[in-house]
Design a protein around this ligand. Sequence first.
Ligand code: FES
Ligand code: FES
Length: 158
Amino acid sequence: MPRITVTVDEITYEEEVEPRLLLVHLLRDRLGRTGTPIGCDTGNCGACTVMLDGVSVKSCSVLAVQADGSEVVTVEGLSSGQEWHPMQRAFHAEHALQCGYCTPGMIMAAIDLVRNDPDPSEEAVRRGLEGNLCRCTGYTNIVRAVRRGAQEMAGRHD
Ligand code: FES
Ligand code: FES
């Protein structure tokens, strides 16, 4: 079996993996990152979104072997100590979740979106998060949270 080295939330792991093992299963079943949920397993819902070398990816659409030598950040690696990431704070402040199942993926995708567009319009947020589905909220508070998170990430809000 292939042996890979992958850094997840600043911890480096060496793992033997089956070539067909999906990154999301490596994260959840082997490395205990159950904060990254599986919503569909077919690349549709975005719940499993993580950062792979700084870019958001659906981890059910990536093989674990493809992450060899890479750095992965999950929602569990976002906070520094007790301090939430600004996007996490914004989702909390704007009540941008109900069941919370989509939230880890939404937050990871939102951070990636804001890195590319630091002051996104409502339209840009809706377009940018098209690949992340939420069954509960109707998206209005999510859009508001992402725009608020963008302000906070840029230091334009406290
Ligand atoms: S679980 Fe990966 S996109 Fe739905
Ligand atoms: S808050 Fe329930 S799926 Fe989004």
